[in-house]
Design a protein. Structure first.
Length: 595
């Protein structure tokens, strides 16, 4: 497999990349893109794919197409060995999930669907406070691509899950695509209820039964349900979307939902390097957050937080005050609102002035922050599991199911999506990610150069070596390392905070101190590493404990090593003039907007 072509059919753009074996290793060599052609007037996804191929042919000089046929296998400068693809065209995969208890099986079902690459439109549960007719009306009104029904541990109660099946039956929902088809329903609940669910839904829907998502309270088994979701995505949803039947006959591996593929490459990298990873993909309509901690993979999609179509939702969710705190100049509230609304009605425009760019990047920080908060709320331990609790937890309602995201244990933070990948300066992307995610201790930060993670995710199912080599060499652009205080470090502006010694690759030593509330950058190349010894003052902690020194190896990048003493959460000055001065000082320190 020496020549591979891969496409990602997005909602607006179809992106193709060519991967070739060069000097014994796989490299991404050429790319082409073209508008996606799922909607009228073309209504055939393959037109956009052929146009993207034609651009790759033109740039690379390799003949890939013979009319509308892909030439395989590769021979010299003609043809390719395999073609793979992902897709989120036509709104991606839209699902509804149902579970007996909202915070237990409902949440597990949500994690299963999100991990398979779906957008979860709603979660129906026996205890969600809605009346039966409201639930039925909601199911009928939403018209999802498929429904995932779960509930009850094996051998447990049957009544709740049967009741949910009856609501689905009464609603008799029609699928979003393909009117003549029955709606696919996956049942992944208590195996004792299978026969009863078959009786209720067998005639009216296309019912598929798989292993229980929560066989016991202590165990979550999401893999069989996720596999079933992806299989049905191909068979039902894709088969109905215009031109996909033809596209499926071209590919050498099953087409995957774009977010499912991104999740797959994250898991592959985390497993191969034995690290904890958080990744984000911020798009025009949605923001996806992925995390891999140990063996636990979580994905969430904030379906209403994006930088073009959903930019007004970012304003509604985060609040005007939170966006304004990141704007490094004086601006009227009404002016900011108007600019945000203009972006929503003209989603394909990009900032024309430096002022507009700063505003867009301020909004991006809040979109990322809110999406990450939502991710942490769903990436939790299993609820309903009995465990010993101390007296303070007993009085808190949410003692069980704490988030698995620990910023101190995070090794790599990866950003992707237009506002991060295409920021005019890499230092702007680095600052946006540090501000939004607020890493603690020492964290490596990178961006996806041209958004090829989906292509590599689907490729990893057929050739893991090619996918990981290209990911390491061509996909990720390392920005550098961030050395940060932990969240229990609180100080006053200019208070003595930490001193550090940086031993560079050539043996040169840089020794300095940084007061509380500041940023400093030391250049260190992408292929270089240095040793840093940080000694915090007695009230501050960089990961080893308050006042305790930390010595660690740090890896460089396009920006270098950023030392951040701004506290967690970042402490802003109270009055506007001081806050603007503060922001300018930070952006100047990292050289984000050179004068």
């Amino acid at each position: 497999m020496n020549v591979i072509i891969a496409t990602d059919c997005g909602s607006t753009t179809t992106k193709a990349i060519l991967i070739e074996m060069k000097d014994g290793e796989y490299r991404q060599t050429f790319r082409g893109e073209s508008p996606t052609t799922v909607e009228a007037p073309f209504e055939d996804v393959t037109r956009g794919v052929l146009n993207a191929f034609a651009e790759v042919e033109e740039l690379s000089g390799r003949k890939i197409l013979d009319g509308e046929r892909i030439i395989t296998p590769a021979n010299g400068n003609v043809g390719v060995d395999i073609y793979v693809s992902t897709s989120s065209a036509g709104g991606g995969l839209q699902m509804m999930v149902a579970g007996a208890v909202k915070t237990m099986t409902g949440e597990s079902a949500q994690r299963a669907a999100l991990g398979a690459g779906a957008i979860v439109m709603d979660v129906i549960a026996s205890n969600d406070q809605r009346l039966p007719h409201e639930k039925i009306d909601r199911i009928r009104h939403l018209r999802p691509d498929m429904i995932l029904l779960s509930g009850g541990t094996d051998g447990g109660t049957v009544t709740h899950v049967v009741e949910l099946a009856e609501y689905i039956s009464a609603a008799n929902p029609k699928p979003r695509l393909g009117m003549s088809f029955q709606l696919p329903v996956i049942y992944a609940g208590n195996k004792e209820a299978r026969e009863k669910v078959k009786e209720i839904l067998g005639e009216k829907t296309s019912l598929h039964i798989t292993d229980n998502i929560r066989p016991t309270l202590e165990r979550e088994n999401l893999f069989p349900a996720r596999q079933e979701v992806q299989k049905l995505f191909l068979e039902h949803v894709m088969a109905q979307a215009p031109g996909y039947k033809k596209l499926m006959s071209w590919t050498g591996a099953p087409i995957m939902p774009t977010p499912g593929a991104v999740g797959l490459i994250m898991q592959t990298i985390a497993r191969k390097s034995n690290i904890n990873v958080v990744g984000v993909d911020i798009g025009g309509a949605t923001t996806d957050v992925f995390s891999v901690y140990g063996e636990v993979f979580n994905r969430t999609v904030s379906a209403n937080l994006g930088m073009s179509y959903s930019i007004s939702n970012v304003l509604a969710e985060a609040g005007l005050e939170n966006i304004l705190r990141w704007v490094p100049f004086d601006i009227e509230e009404s002016d900011l609102r108007n600019r945000i609304k203009n972006k929503m009605i003209r989603p394909t425009t990009i900032p024309q002035t430096l002022e507009e760019l700063k505003i867009e990047q301020a909004i991006a920080r809040e979109a990322l922050r809110v999406s990450f908060e939502q991710h942490k709320a769903l990436a939790v331990g299993l609820k309903g599991v009995q465990r010993e609790r101390d007296i303070s937890e007993a009085f808190k309602q949410d003692g069980a199911g704490d988030t698995v995201i620990d910023m101190l244990m995070l090794d790599l933070l990866v950003g992707s999506g237009g506002v991060l990948s295409h920021a005019p300066r890499r230092s702007q992307a680095m600052l946006m990610m540090i501000d939004a995610f607020q890493p603690e201790g020492i964290t490596r930060i990178a961006v996806d150069s041209i958004f090829m993670m989906p292509h590599l995710g689907v490729l990893s199912t057929v050739n893991e070596q090619a996918a990981t080599e290209v990911f390491e060499k061509d996909c990720l652009i390392y920005l550098g390392a961030c050395v940060s205080l932990t969240k229990n470090s609180v100080g006053k502006p200019r208070e003595k905070c930490l001193s550090y010694k940086l031993t560079m690759p050539d043996g040169k030593k840089i020794e300095d101190a940084l007061p509380f509330g500041e940023l400093r950058v030391h250049p260190l190349g992408a292929d270089q590493s240095a040793e840093i010894e940080v000694v915090p003052a007695k009230n501050f902690d960089v990961g080893a404990g308050k006042g305790k020194p930390l010595t660690k190896k740090v890896f460089g990048g396009v920006v270098g090593v950023v030392i951040d003493t701004r506290g967690k959460p970042i402490a802003f000055a109270k009055d506007k003039a001081s806050r603007v001065a503060q922001l300018r000082q930070w952006t100047k320190a990292i050289n984000a907007y050179p004068e």
